[in-house]
Design a binder for this molecule. Sequence first.
Ligand code: ZN
Ligand code: ZN
Length: 332
Amino acid sequence: MGLSHLIQRSITKKLFSSKPSNILPSSWFLTDTTGKSFYHSGVSNGAKINSFDDTDSLKISKSSYHVSSGGFMRGVVFWEPNKPVTIEEFQMPRPKAGEVLIKTKACGVCHSDLHVIKGEIPFASPCAIGHEITGEVVEHGELTDRKTIERFPVGSRVVGAFIMPCGNCFYCSKGHDDLCEDFFAYNRSKGTLYDGETRLFLRNSGKPVFMYSMGGLAEYCVVPAHGLTILPNSLPYTESAILGCAVFTAYGAMAHAAQVRPGDSVAVIGVGGVGSSCLQIARAFGASDIIAVDVQDEKLQKAKTFGATATINSKIEDPIERIKVCTSSFSF
Ligand SMILES: [Zn+2]
Ligand SMILES: [Zn+2]
């Protein structure tokens, strides 16, 4: 599906060591689609900066983390709208029953994060942002059931979903995880997990920091197990980070709402993160006419590589008239 072309930007964190950062500092890389780093920060203690090796994300890592309660990690914190986010040190987060501690390997920067930063989505603050993660299982919370531990053994590769279903509420029990009552009542409304508490506390002051989903722009994060799925070895960490947000949103639209079938005509209005995923999924489902509509020529150009058979700049052309022409062989 050309997934490697999907991600436009992601923040990838590469640790110098597989151990928590009380032993060695880590570096942060903002990468482009090629995985080439063009920004890094946060290196301290005069440590040597490792060069970014994109092939690392393809390696199947063996878990060798030694999590101790005295450890700490770093993560990105949003304080208040339109103020720069900062990188802070946290106490090592501890998972509770049914939760998993993840060593974050990659985390996308979603437009929802930007909405929070701009104050366009009201959210409890300070909070750790980032909700499109891939990573490696480090630890299970005490009293976690055996099935969950067997499903996500320590060391397994996982991808997280931004909606982290509780698995128990009215909607979850009916398979409508996307409407999970606890997720919206606790995480989206209060910035906590489902016992009403955050798992994030600043290292020095102990100040609680709320969680936007799992607070994935951090070296480690705690995720309810229902919000995780195994990431196949064939999929790299970095490009797969958006599977649990932009891609599954697009999948829902194409598979369930639109119910795209082979031979269908599909018009996608807006080809950003979700829209460009829609194009690829429509192509994978066998749609014949795949029409991308946007107001930016650059995005429309890229849309062709994602499977668009026609593109419309709606600033220049009437999209309805053009779509009718593009699908003229199709009887409405
Ligand atoms: Zn997102
Ligand atoms: Zn639920």
